[in-house]
Design a protein around this ligand. Structure first.
Ligand SMILES: O=CN(O)C[C@@H](CC1CCCC1)C(=O)N1NCCC[C@H]1C(=O)Nc1ccccn1
Ligand code: NI
Length: 175
């Protein structure tokens, strides 16, 4: 099973690479990796397992965070209407998005970042995202609010972008 020692931290080159498309249909190895990533998220959200294996709770995990330069990530998150979004996706891409943006109250964190970085991280409020599932089926997901934020955070990892890259820097007072 995956634990925190499998997750690379800031400074590891994989976090700053543009990940490679996964060849479809996904290989057994890629499917097994993605399944393990989804399992990690579920374990990390189980208080007993998380405590036993010292897992930081996560709602998303991208392959580059394991040092794997492939366009695949897992998400396991429940929205404010108690809808569970649990997916392992290959080659995800945003095909549509709102102009309107939102941000996670209190800012974002990252399992690959062992420090707190304050600041709003702007995300599209609504997105349409397409990808291929663990069953090698194409899906089109219409997401909003927290699920949309999580998928955007994961997609950024596939493009070598960290959440704090998006925190706008205020220009120093000029007057
Ligand atoms: O790339 C993937 N990662 O780095 C794991 C991150 C992904 C989330 C960060 C912001 C959006 C996606 C993650 O899950 N966390 N980051 C570290 C702190 C704990 C945890 C978290 O934000 N949990 C959470 C958030 C909202 C509601 C419930 N739980
Ligand atoms: Ni992250």
């Amino acid at each position: 099973m995956l634990t925190m020692k499998d997750i690379v931290r800031e400074g590891h080159p994989a976090l700053r690479q543009v990940a490679e498309e996964v060849l479809l249909p996904p290989s057994d190895e890629d499917k097994e990796t993605l399944r393990q990533m989804l399992e990690f998220l579920k374990n990390s959200q189980d208080p007993e397992i998380a405590e036993q294996y010292e897992l930081r709770s996560g709602v998303g995990l991208a392959a580059p965070q394991l040092g794997i330069n492939k366009r695949m990530f897992a998400v396991h998150v429940t929205d404010d209407k108690d809808n569970l979004y649990s997916y392992g996706l290959f080659n995800p891409k945003i095909t549509r998005h709102s102009v309107e943006t939102t941000h996670l109250e209190g800012g974002e964190g990252c399992l690959s970042v062992d420090r707190d970085i304050p600041g709003d991280v702007p995300r599209y409020k609504r997105i349409t995202l397409e990808g291929t599932t663990l069953e090698n089926e194409k899906v089109r997901l219409r997401l909003r609010e927290l699920p949309a934020i999580v998928f955007q955070h994961e997609l950024d990892h596939l493009n070598g972008i960290m959440f704090y890259d998006r925190i706008e820097d205020y220009a120093p007072e000029t007057d």
